[in-house]
Design a protein around this ligand. Sequence first.
Ligand SMILES: Nc1ncnc2c1ncn2[C@@H]1O[C@H](COP(=O)(O)OP(=O)(O)OP(=O)(O)O)[C@@H](O)[C@H]1O
Ligand SMILES: [Mg+2]
Length: 198
Amino acid sequence: MNEVTKIYQTKNRLGLFRSEIKLHTAVKALSLSIEPGEVVGLLGLNGAGKTTTIRMLSTLLDPTSGSIEVDGLSMDDNRKAIQSKVNMIPGGERMLYWRLTGRENLEYFGRLYGLSSMAIHRESSRLLDEVGLAEAADQPVEQYSKGMKQRLQIARGLINDPAYLFLDEPTLGLDAPIARQLRGTVRKLAKEQAKASC
Ligand SMILES: Nc1ncnc2c1ncn2[C@@H]1O[C@H](COP(=O)(O)OP(=O)(O)OP(=O)(O)O)[C@@H](O)[C@H]1O
Ligand SMILES: [Mg+2]
């Protein structure tokens, strides 16, 4: 990303009929480059703009100015191609469908990414196994514990076999040994499959 800036527009209510528009610069002229196989950490205080940066890098949010390129493709005219190369793992319980089972969640996202039925079945089972959810695979997510939901997020983040994986506090709420295991998985992906993480 080159000189990327994100300015949020917020409406503050002053009274019943009065409100003011406020501009808030969350990210200011940030340039960052991530090589294949590299693991990059973003550190910053609360509100520093880490989540905003990650959401822009994973195509979920458009920058106000500046440019983002993935493997030489510009985000402006290659959004679809870039979406198949990136994925993100949010901290907490966003992005999952609680009424669906773990397996159904993965199948749903697999379909969104345009995987074939065969690949969807194969990858869902493989990933559920890898994150230790094989036994709970057919249970609705609302019955999962916090750690189980987070492990499902990890599987979801890998469903499209992304070359670049963006993790936003992915160990939120995980027990220390499981958090350690996740960091190990990220290292392994970087080393063996040259996946980049941030
Ligand atoms: N949707 C939004 N609308 C308006 N302002 C926002 C929005 N999202 C974030 N902000 C503001 O942008 C700034 C950066 O927020 P961001 O969530 O990117 O920070 P962060 O570094 O991820 O913080 P944390 O460590 O608390 O997760 C904050 O001041 C926040 O209030
Ligand atoms: Mg954040």
